[in-house]
Design a protein around this ligand. Structure first.
Ligand code: FES
Length: 281
């Protein structure tokens, strides 16, 4: 137990702490960096994001990095059929210098939600900006640091990016249902399991958001008024609060799983892995 008078935080990394305080900023910093590197690579590929064993009709596995499909470029390995795109064929005006990848069109949405999340801010302020790297550890002290009132003012958009994230939960749930069909025939495969778990984990993260918690109960003074009984809204708020208390867990598990979902679809679509399923292909 530290008394505030025991703490020495004058100077970069100065501390009286004797525990492994550096471990958390290290693993979170490296973990997120790996995710960003992989996501950027996958985003620019523009191929192997869809698998339906060559069968037409309703159903197939779609990588969550590529969903929703706004446009589809045809005649690309592992690309989705044209009728899965919201607006059809890839536009001719697309600049030749930028890869024709559907992921480029949509990844800013979920990314804006994660990058402004209160938990993510905590870890990247610590791991990357070192302001400070941990509690009771001396950090970098920029002379004119104005935090979220100046350079980082965009962080305040988080409450609006929540609606984008809610939209993605709906879209990816639809993709989970899509994964239960192949050529219109109902079945189940390892990919179905992965793509159904994906929106569940994302929902755990999204519904535990601080902004969502405020939406469900933050503007209420009394949950049991007027008749003294807990209201439905109170129960929802309790559920959201339970998720909120474990927000870090949901943030990481949903992020890792969404990357794993892309890897799985990519490997199956490129013929590297075999999908075990009830369709027999
Ligand atoms: S605070 Fe983390 S998602 Fe909103």
């Amino acid at each position: 137990m530290y008394q505030s008078s025991d703490l020495k935080t004058d100077g970069f990394l100065a501390t009286s702490r004797t525990d492994r305080w550096w471990f958390e900023p290290l693993w979170t910093g490296l973990g997120f960096l790996s995710f960003v590197v992989y996501t950027t690579w996958a985003m620019f590929q523009g191929d192997n994001y869809w698998w339906s064993a060559g069968q037409d009709g309703f159903g197939g596995y779609l990588s969550p990095f590529y969903s929703p499909l706004i446009f589809v470029k045809e005649a690309v390995n592992g690309s989705a059929p044209l009728d899965h795109a919201w607006f059809g064929r890839w536009p001719e005006w697309w600049p030749a210098l930028i890869p024709a990848s559907p992921a480029i069109l949509i990844l800013a949405g979920p990314l804006s939600f994660r990058m402004t999340c209160y938990y993510y801010r905590k870890f990247y302020y610590r791991a990357y900006f070192m302001t400070p790297p941990a509690c009771a550890v001396g950090g970098l002290r920029p002379k004119k640091y104005k935090g979220e009132t100046a350079l980082l003012v965009f962080q305040n958009l988080h409450r609006f990016t929540l609606y984008i994230a809610l939209g993605f939960v709906v879209i990816l749930t639809y993709d989970g249902i899509l994964s239960l069909f192949r050529g219109g025939k109902l079945g189940f495969g390892v990919g179905s399991f992965i793509l159904i778990v994906n929106p569940i984990l994302l929902a755990g993260y999204t519904f535990g958001c601080h902004a969502f918690r405020h939406l469900t109960g933050g503007n209420k003074d009394c949950f049991t008024c007027p008749n003294g009984k807990p209201t439905f809204r109170y129960r929802v708020w309790r559920g959201v609060s339970w998720l909120n208390g474990r927000h870090m867990f949901w943030a990481w598990i949903s992020m890792l799983w969404v990357a794993f979902s892309d890897i799985y679809v990519r490997m199956v679509a490129s013929g590297q892995w075999i999908d075990l399923n009830t369709w027999g292909n």
